[in-house]
Design a protein around this ligand. Sequence first.
Ligand SMILES: C[S@@+](CC[C@H](N)C(=O)[O-])C[C@H]1O[C@@H](n2cnc3c(N)ncnc32)[C@H](O)[C@@H]1O
Length: 257
Amino acid sequence: MPEEVLPDHVRRNRAQWDEWAAEYIPNGERSWRLSRGDEKWGIWDIPEAELHLLPDDLTGKDAIELGCGTAYVSAWLARRGARPVGIDNSEQQLATARRLQAEHGIEFPLIHGNAERVPYPDASFDFAISEYGASIWADPYAWIPEASRLLRPRGRLVFLINATLLMLCMPDAERAATNELLRPLRGLHRLEWSDEDSVNFALGYGDWIRVLTGSGFVVENLIELWPKEGATTDFPFVTPEWAAQWPSEEVWIARKG
Ligand SMILES: C[S@@+](CC[C@H](N)C(=O)[O-])C[C@H]1O[C@@H](n2cnc3c(N)ncnc32)[C@H](O)[C@@H]1O
């Protein structure tokens, strides 16, 4: 899609993520090296062996990662037998993904585009996933119906986001969550931090359920992620102490009806 017709948040997030891409190279390299069964999720590195977010056998399944960044989750899917496709809004993130594909000898399509409008026909995929990708940077009222369109009947959607409660208690992306509710839950949707030219999205629980069910999904699970004793994170917006008491990250799992 030509840049001028991109929605405002997609255009701004594209420029911001092209700028941030270099900072995400070390985590991309580390995560690409994680072997099957040893994958780690989110900012607290929770093992896949505990969470079981990925089906054990994806042999021959078509999968899409929405907002793939450096595409390590797609690499994990490929190692589990899937045929992944990654789509991302940032050409710079995809440049890292392409280099890592070549280094690891794992090739799959990488598309530069907006996960709210994916250039694939209806019912192209069995599995869709987003780890802090479209799940927080794209508008849920656009990307959730698009994920539904892309999935085959009974296809599964898994996405990891900053927990709703965290988004109510975080002053901004650079300051750790407090014990106070800093913004209303009512109307929670589009968020902009004053020191960044990016736009991210969050919803209240009822709104997540309504957009999912309204898009043809059955909600199967909502998993709160808790850091292990002694866990740390480089991200400034939450401390381990906060995240041990309230959910900082959550995973939604839904199936296309
Ligand atoms: C935190 S990264 C997530 C990828 C990977 N799991 C990671 O943690 O590095 C966020 C990614 O979402 C991408 N993104 C933002 N808006 C998007 C959109 N509308 N469509 C597709 N990708 C998008 C960004 O370009 C960025 O690469």
